[in-house]
Design a protein around this ligand. Sequence first.
Ligand SMILES: Cc1ncc(COP(=O)(O)O)c(C=O)c1O
Length: 392
Amino acid sequence: MTLFDVYPLNNITITKALGSYVWDENGVQYLDMYGGHAVISIGHTHPHWVKRIEEQLEKIAFYSNSIVIPIQQQLAEKLGKVSGKEDYQLFLCNSGAEANENALKLASFHTGRKKIIAFNKSFHGRTSLAVAATDNKNIVAPVNETENIIFLPFNDENALLNCFNKNGNEIAAVIIEGIQGVGGINVASESFLQLIRTLCNEHGAVYIADSVQCGYGRSGKFFSHDHAGVNADIYTMAKGMGNGFPIGGILIAPHIKPKHGMLGTTFGGNHLACAAALAVLEVMEEENLIEMAKQRGQYLMNRLKSIDSIKNVRGKGLMIGFDVPEEIKDLKKKLLSDFNVFTGEAKPNVIRLLPSLAISRKQSDEFLEVLNECIAELKPPTPKGELEKIAE
Ligand SMILES: Cc1ncc(COP(=O)(O)O)c(C=O)c1O
């Protein structure tokens, strides 16, 4: 049997990982500025996370959601405390797409409505409604096509106002990433998120904060939407939640009431996943990682802004993007092949940095040094005449 060939692969086999580094089968060390696609929150193979999972594995790994699972309640309490959303309710699932799928479904159950507002360049996952609300025609199968999604320009307050004025009583939910990830690190303005909150209140719609990539402390606050001082009705979470152990979830505001059978899953909230997620929150608290993400992010961002050859440095905390001009277009590829640094990308020309929230100052400096070196090697030599001008 062969693997279904859907991923363009780098020809590298990682066999070991620790903190912000990974090693290949030949023992070559790589700096991970990509965090395995924003997943690594507390650092690869963190010893507390390993111990927590091992201890749970010795006891029980899984039983179905038909019994009481106290570790789910422990996770809910800890998550309420660390996120500051103590009065919210938690539903556990297994991935980001599943979190968004459940959030959209719940919004529709709650309002009895069908229309969803999503935004240009959004990415919400690959399952049926999540992919329909994703602004990429290439990944929407004919069966996923629906009239129920209204796409609007990101950060366009007038377009949002007009849409609510026209269709307000049909809108079940607005779904928005506080910082678009796959779309290229586009930060939602605070006034835009505040307007979403106001309009959802006025029209009885549900505000869904897709925090799968920008949440879990990455932006320097637990949810990137917190920067705007608003509370969403539903937060969706996944990537950083398990530090690589598959788990997702949604936080649901108290006014949205559950009913038996409304949502459900076989694997969601299993003992092992909860142990991994609890370990993540314990380490985040113990090592003050949300504050670290803020400080480290600010440091990286300031230093990146002083590099002339890269453009439009943007983001928040440790979710940073910049544009790569044509003359150094192979930067990402070369960083990996010649300098052993993993970074993320967004088409057509954006590099995304999504390192572990525990990245050290030394590792940040190591990256900046290597980035400058790599740019210098890629840049075409300055023509003679130009050099003379600079000398003058
Ligand atoms: C903002 C956002 N939402 C949802 C998803 C889907 O998550 P998953 O791949 O876990 O289904 C992603 C994945 O990249 C994402 O970035």
